[in-house]
Design a protein around this ligand. Structure first.
Ligand code: PGA
Length: 260
């Protein structure tokens, strides 16, 4: 059975106090959920927080040995170490206890020129150092309007991931994030999300076999919020979400966590 996952991508937001208080509020709510004090604790997804690099260890410290909650980084460099001023390697991220890393977010692709081949190197680094890559793919609006969205996503997966062997691919989480839906308040409809997720799962099945395809978690991202999460997550191939804006408010994020 594949895992349901709700991940919070905090991007470049919050100062340290705000970040700690968001994580603390979330922990209190999760504690209540786990002990059955609030809500239904039969379908709690795995929760992953992606704070900015500088807060990673501070957030980890708030959740020592906490079952079902992981902390990751929003990016990593494609080399192990070296003269790369300002960069952070997968090795460093793993060494502080983080377990996940986002690779190929559309903001990295469009604002920092990260191309498919570089992303493939980053995936390699992440896996080499024992991090779970959350690999993002998704089309831009004109590409969808031209009917090219399936091809764009297939290409991104082909170049970024499909050179991995089966065992490696089995350690990857895929996030489908249509660029036109990120931070815009325009969400893909549940049908659009399902259609693309089913397509991605079919690609995985064609390339790696049905077993791997069925075990890979596929997350939806792009203006997912407390109101639309339940309908999105009820789609058969949507296994959770990568949440930006709505992950910055403990109440909203917690409601998304409870949306399965
Ligand atoms: P959003 O961002 O939820 O604010 O649209 C999602 C993401 O960029 O991962």
């Amino acid at each position: 059975m594949r895992k349901n996952i709700v991940a919070g991508n905090w991007k470049m937001n919050l100062n340290l106090e705000e970040a700690k208080s968001l994580a603390g509020e979330l922990k209190a709510k999760l504690d209540q959920l786990k002990t059955g004090l609030v809500g239904d604790n039969r379908s709690i997804p795995e929760v992953i927080l992606f704070p900015p690099y500088v807060y990673v260890t501070r957030i980890l410290d708030l959740f020592p040995n906490y079952q079902g909650l992981s902390v990751g980084a929003q990016n990593c460099h494609h080399e192990d170490h070296g003269a790369f001023t300002g960069e952070v390697s997968a090795h460093m991220i793993r060494s502080v206890g983080a377990t996940h890393v986002i690779i190929g977010h559309s903001e990295r692709r469009s604002q920092f020129g990260e191309v498919d081949l570089l992303l493939a190197e980053k995936v390699k680094q992440a896996l080499k150092h024992g991090l779970t890559p959350v690999f993002c793919c998704g089309e831009m609006l004109p590409e969808r309007e031209n009917g090219n969205h399936f091809q764009v996503v297939a290409d991104q997966l082909q170049k970024g991931l499909f050179w991995l062997d089966k065992a490696q691919l089995g350690r990857v989480v895929v996030a489908y994030e249509p660029v036109w839906a990120i931070g815009t308040g325009v969400t893909a409809t549940p049908a659009q999300a399902q259609e693309m997720h089913a397509y991605i799962r079919q690609l995985l099945s064609d390339t790696y076999g049905e077993a791997i395809a069925q075990q890979t978690s596929l997350l939806y991202g792009g203006s997912c919020n407390a109101k639309n999460a339940a309908e999105l997550f009820s789609q058969p191939d949507v296994d959770g979400g990568l949440i930006g804006g709505a992950s910055l408010k403990a109440d909203d994020f917690f409601r998304i966590i409870q949306s399965f």
